[in-house]
Design a protein around this ligand. Structure first.
Ligand code: F0G
Length: 482
């Protein structure tokens, strides 16, 4: 992605690709959107695609493929065992990550299942910069616990800190001296830290973490699902890396870690996932579980066409134009919203733009789920689907009391190469309008609340008649516009 200056002085991200396949979209009128969000129990996971205009739920499995990826899918060599297609991927992993062994899995959480089963024992601890929902769940399922030791700036919503995803190395050292290295199953670094707004870590921080791990004989596991974004930020923001190629930064990262795993629904614009290592011992331990839970070692639950697409997608990730597209679009959106006073996570990260629902809706208490209410309201006024990342995404304590999350966020993911700048401008326009009319937005309450994964299946309703009022105001301001 190039950033060009317009004669007005404005720096605008410019796509370094052209779109050759398109999918028709429709924008249902607001009255239909009101019905749709009510049918979905105000849960954006339960909306149907036909009622959605811009799907910003996630970047997972919905990034646009390149022509070269599509072409590679046509020549896939399909067989249960010994496929040439798999050998190509294995060689690409060796080339990019310099790791000898590769295990394919059907998606990122399957890698987490296998790594946790092999390395987490009851009572063990996994220090990490920050958790992701599925990574934590697998560690806990195997009797371990998670210690989040992100630097303090990581949890500040607005900040100038370029690497909010860094681990606090002092806290890591304290954990090791308090519990002893033997109690630590492994240290996990998540690149492009998802739940705090796609925030990157620096190469320098990873080097420090790796030094402490190696000194103490502790495995360093690296979740590379959001590596593309983080590579861009290291190159852009870390002075000592400015002269390095993306490929060299990737090699430097890989050389500091013991196990790399990833969701190929994010990294490589395909589907599936994988685990890479140079340790024959770790490979042999994990190998059996791959055949048990995923499939034979030369497909691991992935379709052979996905493996072809991933091989090409990983190579394309070594291209600065490719990896900068998402972060630069997100930066454009975040800066435009911040300029107009809308509370967003800063600095702009990867993955998407994150609205701070507690600041957006200070009059909606956490008991009435401000991030969920904002997700519902934004869909209503725009047809844009975001994802609640707040208390609805938490699970109640065993005594039934609520767990309130640190941050109440509405995540608006920007899948790679999918949206145009005018579509982002539309989203920004409706968000700003909503912010100006925020007093009209009320809270939500559960009407159907499953005990597990309530954010996926739960249904909620408005605590008052606020949605109808929002529709009336929209019609007053926008006339018969959609
Ligand atoms: N690790 C990270 C950092 C992730 O963001 C995800 C998925 C996973 C692991 C699990 O991978 O979905 O292929 O099983 N994140 C998706 C999201 C679900 O919407 O952010 P998966």
């Amino acid at each position: 992605m190039a950033k060009v200056k317009f004669h007005s002085g404005e720096a605008v991200p410019l796509e370094m690709h052209k779109v050759r396949i398109v999918q028709k979209l429709s924008l249902a009128p607001i009255e239909r959107r009101l019905e749709a969000i009510r049918e979905a129990g105000n849960n954006t996971f339960l909306l149907k695609n036909r009622d959605i205009f811009l799907d910003m739920l996630t970047d997972s499995g919905v990034n646009a493929m390149s022509d070269k990826q599509q072409a590679a899918m046509m020549e896939a060599d399909d067989s249960y065992a010994g496929s040439e297609t798999f050998t190509k991927l294995e060689n690409k992993i060796r080339d990019i990550f310099q790791m000898e062994y590769f295990l394919p899995v059907h998606q990122g959480r399957a890698a987490e299942n296998i790594i946790s089963r092999v390395f987490v024992t009851p009572g063990s601890i996994v220090p990490m910069n920050y958790h992701f929902t599925t990574s934590k769940a697998h560690i806990v399922l195997n009797g371990g616990s998670v210690e989040e030791i992100i630097i303090d700036e990581g949890l500040q919503v607005t900040s100038q800190c370029p690497f909010k995803g860094d681990m606090d190395v002092g806290k890591l050292q304290t954990l090791i001296s308090t519990h002893g290295a033997a109690k630590i199953a492994y240290v996990r670094i998540e690149t492009g830290t998802n739940l705090i707004g796609g925030q990157p870590h620096s190469l320098a921080n990873l080097r420090e973490v790796s030094r402490v791990c190696r000194k103490n004989g502790i495995l360093l596991v690296f979740d590379a699902s959001l590596l593309a974004d983080n590579l861009h930020f290291i190159k852009d923001r870390e002075a000592e890396c400015r002269g390095m190629s993306v490929r060299d930064i990737t090699k430097a990262i890989a050389g500091l870690t013991d196990i790399i795993y990833f969701s190929a629904r994010k990294l490589g614009c395909a589907r599936g996932g994988g685990i890479c290592t140079n340790s024959r011992d770790a490979f042999m331990k994990m190998r059996e579980l791959v055949t048990l839970y995923e499939g034979f070692l030369t497909y691991g639950g992935m379709s052979i066409r996905e493996i072809e697409a991933l091989t090409v997608g990983l190579e394309e990730t070594m291209d600065e134009d490719m990896i900068s597209q998402g972060p630069q679009f997100i930066e454009y959106m975040v800066n435009d919203l911040a300029r107009q006073g809308v509370p967003v996570i800063t600095p702009a990260g990867g993955l998407g733009c994150h609205l701070d629902a507690m600041a957006f809706l200070p009059h909606v208490p956490q008991t009435e789920y401000p991030a969920g209410a904002l997700a519902s309201a934004l869909y209503l006024v725009s047809g844009v689907r975001g994802m609640e990342r707040g208390s609805i995404s938490e699970q109640r304590n065993e005594d039934g009391s609520e767990v309130y999350s640190n941050m109440e966020l509405l995540r608006l993911a920007v899948p790679r190469r999918v949206f145009t700048l005018s579509q982002l401008k539309y989203a920004v326009d409706r968000i700003v309008w909503l912010y100006q009319n925020r007093d009209l937005i009320g809270g939500l309450k559960f009407v159907e609340e499953p005990s597990m994964l309530r954010f996926f299946f739960g249904k909620l309703e408005a605590t008052s008649g606020w949605q109808a009022k929002l529709v009336a105001k929209f019609r007053k301001d926008f006339g018969d516009s959609l």
